[in-house]
Design a protein around this ligand. Structure first.
Ligand SMILES: [Zn+2]
Length: 357
């Protein structure tokens, strides 16, 4: 099947002006696009480059307070200040944030209009931002805005699945009481990685049981990750029956990316994308993909290309491009055994009957 696949991107995504030692640099977007060009991805007939429209202030206010929006605008004008210890302001950050957030909304609209079957915002997936605060490199939470628009449009069941190395706490807390917006998060455990959250969060009130976290131990490798993904993603899909999937495809769990202690390679990203594509094909589920984390530009480019290759069914041969892993476990951990225990513990949450507390 030759599906139409949109890549939402504009060279202004690279206008990020964090200090040189900050992990998030605008170069990752440009490097990715250059790599896509090099491997022929952009010239495939079913790939469409889509220009992002900046988000409007009304759209931002769907998931944020007016005070937060005004603060971002003000610090952007003066060009200095900090939102939190690792989220600095710079001149123009407001415009960059509106454009990268708007890119996710552009991707959604192009799918809903039927221009493409599936679209990826090369930026977006800013899952740490809270309604009243920018945090963890995230200024506006595009996931929360997307979810609000989709649910307001009458869609009953949205599945948000993230494979970013970090737990999307800003999105979890926004939706924890909702049984219509399922959050499924595969991330490095809060014991060893930001945002250092309790790993056992399953939602609250009516939302209890509609939120599942899979806290991966340090040095989780491809086999252990794929075991967890396979064991949990498919049961969640068959019990929740999503109409729409938002996939936050952060690649900072890659074995070259020093933002995490995970050892994943392009194989994981390829296989995860294949699982998701199969769900789209068999259930006619709509899919939007958001970039998310990924701080080694070459690894990010390779992983995102591997995912698009599967999702758009391009059949490009990427065997000549290696992962060039750099991380070495400095501790011996039997990750597979730990992951089997985690998966067993989550089994009550994988059926349509939700467990009682
Ligand atoms: Zn991350």
């Amino acid at each position: 099947m030759n599906r139409e696949f949109g890549i939402v991107y504009n060279s202004k995504y690279s206008n990020v002006k964090n200090p040189p030692n900050h992990p998030l640099q605008g170069s990752r977007y440009l490097k990715s696009i250059e790599f896509f060009e090099e491997i022929g991805l952009l010239s495939m007939p079913n790939i469409k480059l889509i220009d992002p429209e900046p988000a409007t202030t009304d759209e931002i206010l769907l998931a944020h307070t007016k005070d937060h929006l005004e603060l971002v605008k003000r610090l952007s004008e003066i060009g200095k200040g900090q939102f939190d210890h690792d989220t600095p302001a710079y001149k123009g950050i407001y415009e960059v944030a509106l454009l990268t957030t708007g890119g996710s909304l552009t991707a959604m609209r192009s799918i809903l209009r039927g221009d493409v079957e599936c679209a990826m915002n090369l930026s977006g997936g800013f899952h740490h931002a809270k309604p009243d605060q920018a945090r963890g490199y995230c200024i506006f939470n595009d996931v929360n805005i997307l979810g609000t628009i989709l649910l307001n449009s009458g869609i009953q069941r949205v599945l948000y699945v993230e494979i970013d190395a970090h737990f999307g706490d800003g999105t979890y807390h926004f939706y924890k009481e909702s049984p219509k917006f399922f959050t499924l998060s595969f991330h490095e455990s809060g014991e060893s990685l930001y945002p250092y959250y309790d790993d056992h969060l399953f939602g609250e009130g009516e939302g209890y049981g509609y939120h599942v976290n899979v806290p991966l131990p340090i040095w989780t490798d491809d086999n252990a990750f794929l075991y967890a993904f396979r064991s949990i993603f498919l049961p969640v899909v068959s019990s929740f029956k999503p109409e729409f999937i938002i996939f936050q495809s952060g690649v900072d769990g890659h074995c070259r990316d020093w933002q995490s202690h995970l050892l994943l390679t392009k194989r994981v990203y390829q296989e995860v994308a294949r699982f998701i594509r199969n769900v789209m094909d068999s259930n006619k589920t709509k899919l939007i993909v958001l970039g998310g984390g990924g701080y080694d530009p070459m690894a990010a480019a390779l992983c995102w290309a591997s995912m698009i290759n599967e999702l758009a069914d391009l059949q490009l041969n990427l065997t000549g491009y290696d992962d060039e892993c750099e991380k070495e476990p400095y501790e011996n951990v039997n990750t597979m055994e730990k992951i089997e225990q985690i998966v067993d513990g989550l089994s009550p949450f994988l059926s349509p009957e939700k467990p009682s507390r």
